[in-house]
Design a protein around this ligand. Sequence first.
Ligand SMILES: *Cc1c(COP(=O)(O)O)cnc(C)c1O
Length: 371
Amino acid sequence: MVDLHGQYLKIKKEVDNAIQGVIDSTSFIRGDDVRQFQDELSDYMGVKHCIACGNGTDALQVSLMALDLQPGDEVITSPFTFISTVEVIRLLRLNPVLVDVLPDTFNLDPSLLEQALSDRTRAIVPVHLFGQCADMESILEFARINGLFVIEDNAQALGADFLPEGGTAKKAGTLGHLGTTSFFPSKSLGAFGDGGAIFTNDESFGLRAASLVNHGMERRYHYNLVGVNSRLDTLQAAILRVKLRYLDDYHRRRQEAAAWYDTTLSDLPGVTVPHRSSFSTHIFHQYTLQVPPSKRDALRQWLQDKGIPSMVYYPGPLHLQKAYRDLGLGEGDLPVSEDLCRRVLSLPMHTELEKDQLEYISEQLRFYFKS
Ligand SMILES: *Cc1c(COP(=O)(O)O)cnc(C)c1O
């Protein structure tokens, strides 16, 4: 699904030098590279504050902690996402309120927000799934009218542009009160281990988040908040500084691969290629087809027999997971997400896909539908 080794080989010298530099400095925690990476990433994002942390899950947790919500407060989010989004809401004793997604973009359906609203609703966590923005214009407007916070889970769309009609482009993750991302190795900006970051244009949220990731420390051994230990280590920051310089190239490579898949697969019977929203660019963290549910597993097997990996993101919506049964939702309650879980199939998508590989993958998919 990804080729992290091939990607590394192309930048080996720079990465190896960066790693050696950190080892020579022995400044493994809160070293210079961390501060420099934060500055460079906030420049890239066009955001005032970037706070690096241990992983994308912690970035979400710390962002929620920065809002200072009370146990029992409700946070609206998507059931069609990675578990972290809902997990951190639960861990903080807040109540996740799951709202179904749109069948074409897999992102939160803004028309369902009104019916999810209660007098305990405090925040919305839209997820920019698979590489493109949720409908932020509608979500931000709803949040503004109802006095809600917005935290964008931008683990999958780092670098995507939100393009409001008639407005100027802004990066996904910089539109809400806070935004988060992940540097998990397979994400679009992947570290050589875990990492994450929080973005905000609000100085007080920025200061709180920076303190929270470091035990709530104000200055050395003085604690104003109950925090966590979640820092990006210097080695990862040094590696990410190198890779950030290639991020737009990486996106171009992914977009070229996606365009190839689009042109070769869009006429297959019963197959839907990814929808592209008018208000967002798509960085194709995943290239996800929708296929007839009755054919999906056989198709996966067929591809596997031809040496082609594919994945189902996600095989089950979060409201049907055992750990979240007490949310009180069952089969049929979030029908779009449930249906998508039966239809989606993600193809290999990464920066090292060559023409002959793409040709082979499309050809095998076409054979399957002809046979
Ligand atoms: C990867 C991911 C996360 C979590 O990031 P980690 O760095 O693995 O903790 C959160 N939300 C979404 C949508 C993700 O894809």
